[in-house]
Ligand binder design. Structure first.
Ligand SMILES: [Zn+2]
Length: 563
């Protein structure tokens, strides 16, 4: 493969400065940075005139192919990382869940199996073996461990933490809410934090006071106030601030490093900043959704687009968060990307329909899989035959044959499926589509593809932050906090050549149809952005060029953290 690449004439952005320079890439690493570099004769030259050249975005908070046990997103690692690469993201830090019947190691091994299809946790093998899944990643990934049920004995928990460390996982994630799946009470939080501290692991916390949120939710349900407009009321902002206050106190007591995810309240960031000034090791993460939108979004028919936890806040919060961001009190930016389909958000589950179930039960397993994927019975997203072929990793002919035989075998099935597609398509233009109560709508938004253009347009351009701040928030700090900085997060010779070239010319309006997600919608629909991600380079390999995904599938590898 091509081993030399020279990026010429761009404006480099580091976390300290911006300056014109060229970057020479040899193999997968940055070889040299300087003015008027000359390339080896065989080098490919990329002209970045008029463009900013930044370290690739490291998104520290991502849920690709998520299975919560209740909901499952319909994406896979190929589409999840395609939408990331198109947004200038070169590394995602996702989560391995330790499900209740598993040890930490088993949870991590299972996640590697899902991403790469490899039956190993050996770091050398993960780095060198080609992926074996039909839908492998385009870009690199790292992992946090989502800890659910703790073992009884601290000795065993300590052994888990050593395994986590050896697996190249720098952080554990715990929750103060979501009974009964993820919730940890205060004693469990303290145990987790102490064990993490003993193994020098970072503790990430989703902070919302569970009792306050549960009581508010129950009160709304008792009053039959369950349409989506009440979502924000069920999770008041002070519940986040209270939980942040408590976990900062507990982490200080446990001497654990703390990272509080998705701060949606300016007050949460203020608490973190005060603790930092006292010398505590604690970091603040916010997300574009909390900077750019507020709770008035829950008023319209599009409310389903914005169901997330924590919810969008009162209209004063975004300004407060921008102010905190500008002051340097926020250290990290994540998206909390989560790719549910519109049908899932609205509660449409065609596969639950009794007549569809009985029809499917008479088909062969292959024909059943084809019909389910083709007509979106699982996720409400119909696919063309070609997309179905890709989704199931089967030849197009086999898809056509299976579909034809199913239609021949069951009279009326074709009409039933076409009617369903019409129904699903009507959602797009429907004035008030059917909606679940907010208590049952899966929470989460896609964000990987839009985060960088939005932060440039609404953060850098109006002067809330400058270009180096952007790099610090979206690359350098996530790499440092999660111990990937020996390889990633900066433009420096010797580091991985993870680079995004951003063309600031022109404006564009964000649309649903441009999203490379499975869900195919974006909460930022209709917002204007300045410029675009032109090229995304991952370890020296162009993955996106001139805004088009061109990279080889399966280029992504596991990026373990420093021990
Ligand atoms: Zn999350």
């Amino acid at each position: 493969m091509n081993t030399s690449l020279l990026i010429k004439n761009g404006i480099l952005v580091t976390e300290n400065e911006t300056y014109p320079a060229d970057i020479l890439i040899e193999d997968e690493r940055i070889d040299a940075i300087g003015q008027n570099l000359t390339a080896p004769a065989e080098a490919e030259i990329i002209d970045a005139s008029g463009c900013y050249v930044l370290p690739g975005v490291i998104d520290p908070h991502v849920h690709i192919q998520l299975d919560t046990g209740v909901f499952r997103t319909a994406d896979d690692w190929e589409t999840g990382t395609a939408t990331a690469a198109l947004g200038g993201v070169t590394t995602v830090i996702d989560f391995a869940t330790q499900f209740p019947h598993q040890t930490a190691s088993e949870g991590i091994a299972a996640r590697h199996r899902e991403v790469l299809g490899l039956e190993t946790t050996d770091l050398d093998q993960l780095a060198s073996s080609p992926p074996q899944t039909p839908h492998p990643p385009y870009i690199d990934y790292a992992l946090h461990l989502m800890l659910t049920v703790l073992p009884d004995e601290d000795e065993e928990l300590d052994a888990w933490m050593q395994d986590v460390r050896a697996a190249g996982v720098s952080a554990i994630k715990i929750y103060t809410t979501y009974r009964p799946n993820y919730y940890q009470n205060d004693a469990e939080l303290l145990r987790s934090m102490r064990a993490a501290a003993r193994a020098d692991r970072v503790v990430m916390v989703h902070a919302e006071n569970d009792a306050i949120v549960s009581e508010a939710t129950q009160r709304l349900v008792a009053q039959s106030k369950t349409d989506l407009s009440y979502h924000g009321k069920a999770r008041p902002g002070f519940a986040e601030i209270e939980a942040a206050h408590r976990v900062i106190f507990l982490a200080d007591h446990a001497r654990a490093e703390l990272y509080i995810v998705h701060n949606s309240m300016g007050g949460t960031v203020e608490l973190i900043e005060k603790a930092r000034q006292r010398g505590q090791r604690v970091w603040s993460e916010t997300c574009p959704q909390y900077l750019l939108m507020n709770e008035t979004r829950y008023e319209g028919d599009d409310a389903w687009r914005y169901i997330m936890q924590p919810p969008l806040r009162d209209p004063y919060q975004p300004a407060h968060l921008w102010q905190m961001l500008a002051s340097g009190a926020v250290q990290s930016l994540g998206t909390d990307h989560c790719d549910y389909t519109q049908a899932q958000k609205l509660g449409l589950r065609p596969l639950r329909d009794a007549s569809i179930q009985s029809a499917l039960s008479t088909l062969s397993p292959l024909a059943r899989d084809v019909i389910i994927a083709r007509f979106g019975l699982f996720d409400g997203r119909p696919r063309t035959q070609m997309e179905t072929s890709h989704y199931l990793n089967l030849p197009l002919e086999q898809i056509q044959q299976a579909e034809n035989s199913a239609f021949a075998q069951i009279p009326g099935l074709a009409e039933q499926m076409m009617a369903l597609i019409t129904d699903l398509q009507r959602l797009d233009s429907s004035v008030s589509p059917s909606q679940l109560p907010f208590t049952q709508t899966p929470g989460g938004l896609p964000g990987l593809q839009t985060a960088l253009p939005l932060m440039i347009t609404y953060g850098v351009m109006p002067g809330h932050i400058d270009w180096p701040d952007l790099v610090r928030l979206m690359s350098a700090n996530p790499a440092r906090i999660f111990r990937l900085d020996h390889r990633k997060g900066a433009l420096r010779p010797g580091l991985d050549a993870d680079i995004v070239i951003y063309d600031p010319q022109g404006t564009d309006v964000i649309t649903d149809s441009e999203q490379a997600t499975i869900g195919g919608f974006t909460p930022y629909k209709g917002m204007e952005v300045i410029g675009r991600v032109r090229d995304t380079i991952v370890r020296g390999q162009p993955i996106v060029r001139d805004g088009e995904l061109i990279g080889p599938r399966g280029w992504g590898r596991y990026a373990p953290s420093r021990v």
